[in-house]
Design a protein around this ligand. Structure first.
Ligand SMILES: [Zn+2]
Length: 275
């Protein structure tokens, strides 16, 4: 692990940023549109969102590359997107950069390997396999990423409110599917009601004694007047973040439906807790 990240973790929980696509919806990205395509055309808007997250107190900024693995990008485009995404994350200022890798929806492992290699070359500090729901795919992705890159790897699964992934794997199955790879952290992101993640983190703590990551959504999205709306306020997300830390999470952030305001509330609460 990166020495300064280890030092920070020794003092307090580390803060991960929040959603990218949700914020971009308010700044011109169409619902259902590709955040990566949007970035190629409007890089400055993505850079601005990263800066807002960094100044809100995010220790780790996630690259805007989640959709690369399931998108229809050729190798040249993957390289271009990963390199631009890391540069934009870096432009937000001092701190750690996590290269985001999402599920591929059943493609082969080559896309994970290529993406990992490109994110590392561009200067990411670590990689995060996020919103994984299929344990078989999580293993394939982890294996490919570990072979392709020397960076520490976080694996984060998306659980429904009943504590199973949308691919019907239990919390315990998810942990045991990747624990033998010795990831930097295992945990959960996305999901429905953010409060339901607390029980998932407690269950992970029972079967995994390493670092845990937790980044809940601001609830389930509801469509109101053609716009997606998420209910959880920054204050509620900050309260939940503290409970996630008490349940065992060492890295806390947020996912769909959140903004830099949510991150600011989470970061303030976590820093106060660490004092
Ligand atoms: Zn999400």
């Amino acid at each position: 692990m990166n020495t300064s990240l280890r030092e920070l973790l020794g003092r307090r929980a580390v803060v991960l940023d929040g959603a990218m696509a949700t914020v971009l919806f308010a700044r011109g990205l169409e619902i259902g549109g590709s955040a990566e395509h949007f970035m190629l055309k409007q890089a400055e808007v993505v850079a601005e969102v990263h800066r807002e997250y960094r100044s809100a107190g995010a220790d780790i900024i996630t690259t805007n590359t989640f959709g690369v693995s399931c998108g229809r990008f050729d190798d040249f485009e993957v390289q271009k997107i990963c390199s631009l995404a890391v540069d934009l994350a870096k432009s937000a200022g001092e701190g750690f950069i996590a290269g985001s890798i999402g599920p591929s929806g059943g493609k082969d492992a080559d896309i994970f390997a290529l993406q990992a290699r490109m994110l590392e070359t561009a200067g990411a500090d670590l990689l995060i396999l996020e919103t994984m729901t299929d344990i078989r795919e999580a293993r394939i992705a982890f294996d490919a990423v570990r072979d392709a890159s020397g960076l520490p790897i976080i694996v984060s699964f998306a659980f429904a409110e009943n504590g199973e992934t949308y691919g019907n794997a239990t919390v315990e199955d998810c942990v045991s599917s990747v624990a033998d790879f010795c990831p930097l952290a295992i945990g959960a992101n996305c999901g429905g009601d953010p409060e339901s993640m607390i029980a998932a983190i407690e269950r992970i703590r029972q079967v995994w004694d390493g670092l845990i990551i937790a980044a809940p959504s601001a609830g389930n999205a509801e469509e109101v007047g053609g716009k997606l709306v998420w209910k959880a306020t920054p204050r509620r997300m900050a309260e939940i973040a503290l409970r996630l830390v008490r349940a065992g999470a060492g890295i806390v952030g947020s996912c769909c439906g959140t903004s830099p305001e949510h991150t600011r509330a989470i970061a303030e609460a976590v820093r106060k807790m660490g004092e």
